[in-house]
Design a protein around this ligand. Structure first.
Ligand code: ZN
Length: 228
């Protein structure tokens, strides 16, 4: 009853469409939940039918490549990511992680991984933003899949935001040295599920996977909220 009273006084709006939400809806309204552009990457697993998987071929061995949603430049996904990244909506990241984590659990994926690790932000960016948006998503994923979550396994040594004007090749040489495994003991001999918010070229995930494998991880898989 208290919850009902609260929602009457402070109606919450949907993070994806800004519309008012009905009782029982959480962060994303039912209409948006139905209409979100879900990928079926978890259905295709590690086969060539999964286009995300193919992005890593010939670059770095990635066991599974998953994304919850297709990235769309305008619309619901873009609004969700904006809320998460720039409006402090960490609870949304965790909620999306829990939803995707339970979906992956329905397909028995938790038994494929030993530990969940988010892509880190550089410490300056972390200080500016106050939180790592990928970490809230990976925390939700780990909770729903009942797997350990290590948010400090990887360390970002260079603030890549300052490097965006360089040409593509320079950027790639740069990104290769951007990540270090800070605590090799937590990934050594483990099958790591590496988590980021958005996958575009896959270069960031690739660089992290290289670092994790070099540190002794037996296998790396990747999962993101959205893939372009
Ligand atoms: Zn909505």
């Amino acid at each position: 009853m208290f919850d009902d009273l609260l929602s009457l006084l402070f109606p919450k709006s949907c993070y994806a469409c800004d519309g008012a939400m009905a009782r029982g809806e959480k962060y994303i309204c039912t209409k948006c939940s139905v209409k979100l552009p879900y990928t079926d990457s978890h259905v295709h697993g590690a086969t060539e039918l999964n286009p995300l998987q193919r992005r890593f071929w010939g670059k770095v061995p990635v066991r599974f490549a998953f994304s919850y949603l297709h990235f769309m430049p305008k619309g619901r996904v873009q609004r969700l990511l904006h809320r998460l990244k720039y409006k402090g909506a960490q609870e949304l990241g965790e909620h999306l992680g829990q939803r995707y984590g339970s979906l992956l659990s329905d397909y028995s994926y938790p038994e494929q991984f030993d530990v969940v690790v988010p892509v880190p932000l550089h410490k300056y960016k972390l200080r500016r933003r106050g939180y790592n948006q990928s970490e809230s998503f990976s925390r939700g994923l780990a909770e729903a899949m009942q797997l350990p979550h290590y948010n400090k396994a990887l360390h970002r040594t260079i603030d890549t935001a300052t490097q965006t004007r360089k040409n593509r090749l320079d950027r790639w040489q740069n990104v290769e040295q951007v990540f270090q495994v800070q605590h090799p003991e937590v990934v050594r001999g483990k099958r790591v599920l590496l988590v980021d918010d958005v996958m575009t070229t896959g270069a960031t995930l690739e660089a992290c996977a290289v670092a994790l494998l070099a540190a002794g991880a037996t296998e790396v898989s990747v999962a993101t909220i959205a893939a372009a």
